[in-house]
Design a protein. Structure first.
Length: 286
């Protein structure tokens, strides 16, 4: 983003440390972005003899201005975007050529090479539309600028708040993905059903050994995985060895070979949960 983009946010009266940004979404921005962004890029690429990256920057500038100014949807908002992006592309290109001797027109990448990226982009937009409006806003603005500091300036919040909202959005998308996959997957196997039961209603013998399942977050991913492995390993041992003590998870090491091997796997899994919790604790203390 150039200095013009940053200057365009000046005078909004936003408090950089506040929690309410000056931009207010109407709710249709993601639909319009998905509908027109590709065409906008192709139009500017045809109209302005410049690099692929400059066209992307000019289109990003136009979308940020669109979010900030919110042009009338009943009028020619597409033309507004084209003119805004075109002018920014001309400005950026003039600045580039004034600093580069013997400028040569760049070669544009083959559109076929970007097909897979476009599919991924459309899938990401579909997920983004499921987020609360506040998270949609910060993700969309952040995707159109180079640095979180610029997103913070446009939104009128601190950089720390932008980072926090981006993490919330990532966790929200992950939860939505997991929910969708759970709805689409076939009837769970008995083992999967048993794990779900241990997660939702952990018995005393399980929590005594590995505690409760931590809440889902980026920092707890390792603990969650180790917890699930240990829960199944302990349950497998108890079933095999007919160990039905309500208070102890695995008890003393058995003599029978098959039960002994299952006991060792359970014990190692319990230790791994403790190690993962310790690593998470050290990471938080840094």
């Amino acid at each position: 983003m150039g200095t013009d983009a940053r200057a365009s946010t000046a005078g909004t009266g936003a408090d950089p440390g506040g929690d309410e940004p000056p931009i207010r979404l109407r709710g249709d921005e993601l639909d319009l972005f998905a509908q027109f962004n590709g065409e906008l890029f192709r139009t500017i690429r045809r109209q302005v003899d410049t690099s692929h990256e400059t066209v992307e920057d000019a289109c990003a500038f136009a979308w940020v201005e669109f979010l900030r100014i919110q042009p009338d949807r009943e009028r020619n908002w597409r033309g507004w975007l084209v003119r805004t992006a075109q002018r920014e592309a001309w400005r950026l290109t003039a600045a580039e050529r004034s600093h580069v001797p013997d400028y040569e027109a760049p070669e544009f990448p083959d559109p076929a090479d970007r097909y897979e990226q476009r599919l991924e982009f459309q899938a990401a937009l579909q997920q983004l539309q499921l987020l609360p409006p506040r998270l949609q806003q910060v993700v969309l603005v952040n995707s159109q600028v180079w640095k979180q500091a610029e997103a913070a300036e446009i939104l009128g919040v601190s950089r720390q708040r932008v980072a926090q909202l981006l993490v919330e959005a990532a966790l929200e998308v992950a939860a939505l993905n997991e929910k969708r996959h759970a709805e689409q997957r076939p009837v769970a196997s008995p083992r999967s059903a048993r794990l779900r039961e241990l997660e939702t209603r952990p018995p005393a013998w399980l929590t005594a050994a590995i505690g409760t399942l931590p809440a889902r977050s980026k920092s707890s991913a390792g603990v969650v995985l180790a917890w699930r492995r240990a829960a199944l390993a302990i349950d497998d041992y108890r079933t095999l060895a007919c160990h039905d003590d309500a208070d102890t998870s695995i008890g003393p090491r058995p003599i029978q070979p098959a039960a002994q091997r299952a006991w060792v796997r359970a014990e190692r899994a319990i230790i791994e949960v403790a190690n993962e919790r310790e690593r998470r604790s050290r990471g938080r203390s840094r």
